[in-house]
Write a protein that binds this ligand. Structure first.
Ligand code: NAD
Ligand code: TDX
Length: 331
């Protein structure tokens, strides 16, 4: 019987975590602290008396202190998460990702609580397409965008609080997630919902950029394993050997949705666009025995497409405003 505090639990990955947590144990409870920004949606949360939503910010020190005091384990998902938004306006990324993590760390330190910090592979920068190496926990930090720099800063804060103050924290850096309830600003949902609306997919630049795709449920299973069995102070990389270039992902989406494989357009590239991410998850596999359940990206993607087809009420309200932001940048 564990009382979890889950920040950002009304977003894509955090809500997936809440669903998995409550499904696997009948006695756990979860308090979700979420600011319900454009990316948060209370409808993402299960209708379950063991789940309570508190609408508020991780930057609100008094609120964070009260909630941390009342829980056993903190799982920190809350963040501004979209690279393109960070190029338009970095300011909320500095506040939520850096100041918010600092605020949480201070409360965790005061109350001596267990923390798991959720981060991204983007903190390591990018790899050449032919580089035989992948990211490992010792790869030097080299972030490219305001988003990834703010996540890198948050990781450094957590590591410093572990070393200097002895807080009991673990960290994870995961590759690109896909699955249900991902905001339509992100690559895969943007193209899938566009095709449903008869709009051709939009590929940044030549589309040779490689991302290492993992299903959101596999990410969250790894987070649960780390919370239960991870070594204090350790960073685990999470990835499922899912490297694929963006052009191939668009072609696969088009095929699965019954459209010609060349029915997409090239649009303006992202400034500072990272070329390739690739995760070596050996530590997670060898030490904690984690294995991904979604071993076929094709099957996981087909199920995700079905989810967007069946949940138009969920994504329709945010689609037009999201596309208007892209249109202003020729994307
Ligand atoms: P998301 O944008 O879908 O959700 C973020 C959630 O945080 C939203 O519910 C939002 O309302 C909330 N939030 C934002 N600012 C807040 C604040 N100040 N206080 C409280 N809540 C706030 O993001 P996501 O894709 O679910 O990502 C979750 C975490 O996982 C992030 O830390 C992200 O860096 C990390 N991550 C994401 C991916 C990916 O592929 N999406 C990969 C690796 C790591
Ligand atoms: O319309 C598009 N066309 C396109 O070619 C969009 C929205 C994106 N892209 C490209 C850019 C990237 O190379 O697709 C790739 C994936 O883009 P995003 O979905 O924006 O993801 P990315 O920038 O790779 O970051 C994601 O993974 C790491 C998450 O958004 C981050 O939160 C996570 O940390």
């Amino acid at each position: 019987m564990t009382a979890f505090l889950c920040t950002g639990g009304a977003g894509f990955i955090g809500s997936g975590f809440v669903h998995r947590l409550l499904a696997r144990d009948e006695t756990d409870t979860v308090t979700v602290l979420d600011a319900l920004t454009y990316a948060g949606n209370r409808a993402n949360l299960p209708d379950d008396p063991r789940c309570t939503l508190v609408e508020g910010s991780v930057c609100d020190a008094a609120l964070v202190d009260e909630l941390v005091a009342g829980c056993d384990v903190v799982v920190h998902f809350a963040a501004e998460s979209h690279n393109d938004n960070s190029l338009n306006d970095p300011s909320p990324f500095i506040q939520t990702n850096i100041v918010g993590t600092f605020t949480l760390l201070e409360a965790v330190r005061r109350h001596g609580k267990r923390l798991h910090h959720v981060s991204t592979d983007e903190v390591y920068g990018d790899l050449e397409l032919d580089d035989p190496n992948r990211f490992t926990p010792t790869t030097p930090y080299n972030p490219s965008s305001p988003y990834s720099a703010s996540k890198a800063a948050s990781d450094h804060l957590v590591r410093a609080w572990v070393r200097s103050f002895g807080i009991h924290a673990t960290l994870s850096n995961c590759s690109n997630n896909y699955g249900p309830r991902q905001h339509v600003e992100k690559f895969i949902p943007r193209q899938v919902t566009g095709i449903i609306d008869g709009v051709r997919p939009k590929l940044y630049g030549a589309g040779l950029n490689v991302r290492d795709w993992i299903h959101v449920d596999d990410h969250n299973d790894a987070v649960l394993d780390i919370i239960e069995r991870g070594r204090p102070g350790t960073t685990y990389l999470i990835g499922a050997d899912g490297e694929m270039d963006n052009k191939s992902v668009i072609e696969l989406i088009l095929e699965l949705m019954g459209e010609p494989a060349d029915a997409y357009d090239h649009v303006n590239d992202r400034a500072g666009h990272d070329l390739r991410y690739a995760i070596d998850a050996s530590l997670l596999r060898d030490e904690l025995g984690w294995r991904p359940r979604y071993t076929s990206f094709r099957d996981g993607l087909a199920a995700t497409i079905d989810w967007y087809r069946g949940n138009e009420d969920w994504w329709r309200p945010t689609k037009a405003a999201t596309e208007a932001k892209y249109a202003a940048k020729g994307q």
